[in-house]
Design a binder for this molecule. Structure first.
Ligand code: BDR
Ligand code: CA
Length: 314
């Protein structure tokens, strides 16, 4: 499976990248970066660092540093640390792995060079995807699928994490998210409804540190800061592995339950960043919703199976 990984590393982004790099079924074509968990300079530096640490040969490509509506959204140091990776000591990085194109152009070029074959896994704001679509709308028909981590649809009583209605990757650039959902490519949404079933608790992180070598130790160390946020703010013992679950879906969609229908993002006002889906079975209704392409959201997942697969893979 040919994959472009669009990311804002990010502690759970780092988990997802290690997972991707260890899966023999995946051919990673590029790591594109976006502002989000830290500034674009930091998320790009972090991607270069992780690429080097994990022995990845695919290039890193720097992407958007600003949202499409120009509204600056706070980068959450309280969640991922000032450096975006849990305030670890990040050494000077080797910049030879940096592709000189901008991420949206890299996405366009790579899709065109691999027509019908590319899966995009996007686990940050959707800005690079929307910029690629604006420049070349025709790429939508040439992509195999787009799997995103983002959104919250209220399943199992789960709401947003930035506001009661909005999840961070969508809230960070709601205009980009809405354009991405409206495009004629098949989107699968792995949102908070399912990612909160993937809790790496204290024992699990200790086992990663003990059994998975230097990279396991690195993930556990990064997670110390992340766990403080989850413990203090969310009342969760451990950390949520949001982004790694989008990688699991690429390989094991049968571990998920899904629902299909058009998706809309609220792009302004108090509810900005809220995502909602109209059921595919509903006939008629407001064309602003019903004329949109049918997309897929995940509503259930086998959490223990995913955690076991992640541990065994990395
Ligand atoms: C998402 O926001 C970021 O903090 C995480 O990396 C994840 O992609 C969860 O809402
Ligand atoms: Ca992320």
């Amino acid at each position: 499976m040919k994959v472009i990984f669009d990311t804002d590393p990010g502690i759970d982004d780092a988990m997802a990248l290690l997972y991707l790099s260890k899966l023999p079924e995946i051919e990673l074509l590029g790591i594109t970066t976006v502002v989000g968990n830290a500034s674009i300079e930091k998320t790009t530096r972090n991607a270069l660092y992780l690429r080097q640490r994990f022995g990845i040969s695919a290039p890193v490509v720097q992407g958007a540093g600003e949202t499409l509506d120009g509204v600056k959204k706070q980068e959450p140091a309280i969640v991922h640390g000032d450096d975006g990776l849990g305030n670890i000591d990040i050494p000077e990085v080797d910049r030879s792995g940096l592709d000189r194109r901008v991420a949206s152009q890299f996405i366009i070029d790579t899709i065109k060079a691999n027509r019908g074959e590319v899966t995009i896994i996007a686990v940050g704001r959707m800005t690079n995807l929307a910029l690629a679509l604006r420049a070349e709308p025709g790429i939508a028909k040439q992509v195999k699928q787009v799997i995103i981590m983002g959104g919250a649809f209220g399943y199992k009583g789960r709401s947003g994490n930035v506001t009661p209605l909005a999840e961070a990757n969508i809230h960070g650039d709601p205009v980009a998210a809405d354009e991405m959902f409206a495009a004629e490519w098949p989107v699968v949404v792995v949102g908070l409804d399912v990612t909160h079933d993937i809790v790496l608790d204290t024992d699990y992180l200790a086992a990663l540190s003990r059994d998975v070598g230097a990279n396991g130790e690195l993930l556990a160390k990064m997670s110390e800061h992340y766990a403080q946020f989850y413990n203090n703010i969310m009342g969760i013992n451990g950390v949520v592995g949001h982004d790694l679950l989008a990688v699991t879906y690429a390989l094991h969609p049968e571990w998920f339950e899904t629902r299909r229908g058009p998706i809309v993002t609220i792009t302004e006002g108090l509810a900005t960043g809220q995502t909602a889906q109209m059921p595919e079975t509903r006939k008629g209704g407001d064309p602003a919703w019903s004329s949109r392409p049918v997309q897929t959201i995940c509503t259930e997942v086998d959490g223990p199976k995913v955690l076991e697969h992640f541990r065994a893979t990395v």
